[in-house]
Write a protein that binds this ligand. Structure first.
Ligand SMILES: Cc1cc2nc3c(=O)[nH]c(=O)nc-3n(C[C@H](O)[C@H](O)[C@H](O)COP(=O)(O)OP(=O)(O)OC[C@H]3O[C@@H](n4cnc5c(N)ncnc54)[C@H](O)[C@@H]3O)c2cc1C
Length: 381
């Protein structure tokens, strides 16, 4: 039925999306950017070059701004201003002569080379790069830490004038849960926070020294860390495996991320969890014109660590391959880095830097992080 809709809507859609260009002949090939996530930023910034080379560029995203994740916990704690980490993706595409379409891709009709948006709009493409990120399932009133912009809501809630000091529960003690918890500590104002992790240790995939530092940071007045317990979420509470009930005014879910259902729905090849399967050229095996990067893809079928640093490194490869496939030129392979640096903001003026087996905590680590992050965001302003 959707295929029929494509035929019926194609002309109408071309008018809506490419208003003013319908009569151009021959048609300019369209490069679509589905989601303005970290891996598509490189291409977005070069929209003008693509338009100059004869492509139409269209960005589809429900939001006009991307919240740069490296700085979001700083926005939560107040060390960065709200807005300091926002990248105006609409401006990036429009400044280069491309189009911004507000919407969410719901399905890909890859045989027709068309994207169906949630509102029914259909956007044809010749090549498309998916960078739609991942989400944390939200259940029973818990606020998921992904999309990352949710953390701004958390700050507002914690700073709102209420008679009672807040009780906060963070579920999940991986990098995201720990970093969020460390930055909530300073907003408790006499309240309480509990962090529950199912594994026997925090940061289960990090070096032992990093786990020790994080545990030290999260042990203090009003803060409790519960390890080795599964939390069963209920509205306003969690029940642990041993029957303990932890009540909270604010429950934050940091229980891992999963890709959107759109690739499975579209019958594209996916990894086990529904992430878009891409080969070493970040290309789907179903359609040579489909590429993808960031949290939403399974690289050669397997998930890479879900860090923005991987997405950012994929950007230049996507930019090259989107054009190469339309010019029938050789594609460039993507090679994931073996080691990567990540610095967790501990919310007390120090950072915890982790690089492979190496760990370092200090004020300088956080200063370096702020410097790198601010320089990155500035590149896109
Ligand atoms: C608390 C926390 C802290 C983190 N800190 C760091 C850090 O310091 N360093 C680091 O490297 N990583 C960090 N990460 C991980 C990082 O956030 C992700 O790896 C990164 O955001 C993935 O980028 P992405 O491009 O795949 O997606 P995103 O950056 O999430 O972007 C996805 C984009 O797609 C849009 N979109 C979503 N669905 C659709 C759709 N159906 N159609 C069209 N558009 C859509 C969204 O609006 C958004 O603009 C952190 C994560 C969390 C939760």
């Amino acid at each position: 039925m959707l295929v029929g809709r494509v035929q019926a809507f194609r002309k109408h859609t071309l008018f809506r999306v490419y208003n003013g260009r319908v009569s151009e002949s021959p048609r300019r090939p369209t490069i679509a950017l589905a989601g303005g996530g970290h891996a598509n930023l490189y291409t977005l910034r070069r929209t003008g070059e693509l338009v100059g080379r004869g492509f139409d560029v269209v960005l589809i995203d429900p939001a006009e701004h991307l919240h740069y994740s490296g700085m979001e916990t700083g926005v939560l704690s107040g060390s960065h201003e709200p807005g300091e980490n926002r990248i105006d993706i609409r401006c990036l595409v429009e400044r280069g002569g491309g189009r911004f379409v507000r919407g969410r891709v719901a399905e890909v009709l890859y045989r027709e080379r068309a994207l169906v948006l949630e509102d029914g709009l259909i956007v044809p493409y010749d090549a498309v790069s998916f960078c739609v990120g991942s989400g944390t399932p939200a259940r029973d009133g818990a606020i998921p830490v992904k999309p990352i912009a949710n953390l701004e809501r958390v700050r507002e809630t914690l700073l709102a004038p209420v008679p009672d000091a807040p009780r906060v529960l963070v579920v999940g003690g991986g990098a995201a849960g720990c970093e969020v918890a460390a930055n909530v500590v300073g907003l408790l104002r006499g309240g309480k926070m509990t962090l529950v992790e199912a594994e026997p240790d925090l940061l289960p995939t990090s070096p032992r020294a990093a786990r020790r530092v994080m545990l030290e940071r999260l042990r203090g007045p009003g803060v409790e860390v519960v390890l080795g317990q599964n939390a069963n979420l209920q509205p306003g509470a969690a029940v642990l495996r041993d029957g303990t009930k932890i009540e909270a005014d604010l429950v934050l879910a940091a229980t891992g991320v999963s890709p959107p259902g759109l690739f499975r729905r579209s019958r594209l090849a996916t990894g086990d969890d529904g992430a878009l399967w891409v080969n070493r050229h970040l290309q789907s095996p179903n359609d040579a014109g489909i590429f993808g990067g960031g949290d939403a893809v399974a690289f050669r079928g397997a998930r890479l660590p879900q860090f923005g640093v991987f997405a950012v490194r994929q950007g230049p490869v996507l930019y090259h391959n989107l054009q190469a496939v339309l010019w029938d030129e050789p594609l460039r392979p993507y090679k994931p880095q073996n080691h990567y640096l990540y610095v967790l903001d501990l919310g007390d003026g120090t950072g915890l830097a982790i690089y492979g087996p190496l760990t370092w905590r200090g004020r300088l680590a956080l200063r370096i992080k702020h410097h790198i992050d601010k320089r990155f965001v500035k590149e896109f302003s």
